[in-house]
Design a protein around this ligand. Structure first.
Ligand code: NAP
Length: 279
């Protein structure tokens, strides 16, 4: 099987590294010739080019460009693909992608590998990035079982945890555990930066340690990706943000009222139930 990857950045490059190591022939497309050269040198791809013609022999194509470029990219590559080719994407939102992508290429299956780092570009690509990480596929009633089987086989080769779900449920779930945390984490850093006492701000920067490192990590990631999460998952993210604001108001009221038992009850519950999300 020949695999095409369009967008040789962190995610596209990392997928290429793993599938090339498994023995698949991976062919890449990226806009910059220098990205293509680096991807070849790093053995993420057997060959790469800014020209979509390189995809002519591929059986499966993974669109790994920024979210806003996924649909225009499918439209642009369509004339270059075999009629039997499967197209899938790795975008962090699915509702805004799956239906229009299927209209552009009927043999389309939405996907989202739930792994990443704060870095971007081909130099940031890592082997084994997806091991034990969830990899979501969002088949619709129109998706053929052969398409699902082929992509599932490639996901399993990454040693990722395969999960199937509905695109809308995916978007609300990732709003809670991925997109909301980015906005909270960024707001945390911004609130600290808004401290008007310069001595306190400087001291806080000197004292910040593991707790701040954990809670600020996703707020220090790729700004373009964060904006696209908000732009393309607006309704689900706003629903989570409003609920979070209500929860924060509740904590403020508990502290103002010195209702330590209510605060303790919440902290006991979150301590007990955090492992339901992460081990
Ligand atoms: P990235 O490191 O910036 O990689 C994107 C690559 O796409 C760039 O290296 C760029 O290379 C290429 N590119 C940009 N615009 C393009 C276009 N119009 N046509 C063709 N290639 C283009 O970003 P990423 O983090 O890998 O994210 C890529 C996708 O993965 C996004 O859809 C994102 O939602 C999804 N995702 C990201 C993460 C994460 O944590 N980072 C996790 C899961 C899913 P050239 O400049 O050479 O074109």
């Amino acid at each position: 099987m020949k695999i095409g990857i369009v967008g040789l950045g962190l995610i596209g490059g990392s997928l290429g590294l793993d599938w090339s190591a498994c023995g698949y022939t991976v062919l890449g497309v990226s806009r910059k010739p220098s990205t293509c050269e680096t991807a070849i040198a790093r053995q993420a791809v057997a060959d790469a080019s800014p020209d979509f013609a390189i995809l002519a022999e591929t059986d499966v194509v993974f669109i790994c460009t920024p979210i806003g470029s996924i649909l225009p990219t499918i439209q642009a590559i369509a004339p270059h693909l075999k009629s039997t080719a499967i197209v899938t994407d790795v975008g962090s939102v699915k509702g805004a992608i799956v239906q229009p992508a299927t209209e552009l290429w009927p043999n389309f299956l939405g996907g989202h590998p739930m792994a990443g780092t704060a870095e971007v570009g081909i130099d940031a690509a890592l082997s084994n990035l997806f091991v034990d990480r969830p990899y979501v596929l969002t088949p619709t009633p129109q998706t053929s079982s052969d398409t699902v089987d082929t992509i599932s086989q490639l996901v399993q080769a990454l040693n990722a945890r395969l999960i199937h779900c509905d695109p809308t449920e995916h978007d609300q779930a990732v709003a809670w555990i991925s997109h909301l945390p980015v906005m909270i984490s960024s707001s945390l850093i911004q609130s600290c930066l808004n401290e008007t006492d310069k001595n306190v701000l400087k001291l806080a920067q000197q004292l910040a340690s593991s707790g701040f490192r954990d809670t600020s990590r996703v707020g220090g990631g790729n700004p373009e990706l964060g904006v696209m999460m908000a732009q393309y998952n607006q309704a689900a993210l706003l629903r989570s943000l409003f609920a979070y604001r209500d929860q924060l108001d509740q904590v403020i009221q508990q502290i103002e009222a010195q209702d330590w038992s209510a605060l303790q009850q919440q902290l006991v519950q979150t301590q007990q139930e955090r492992p339901l999300f992460v081990e």
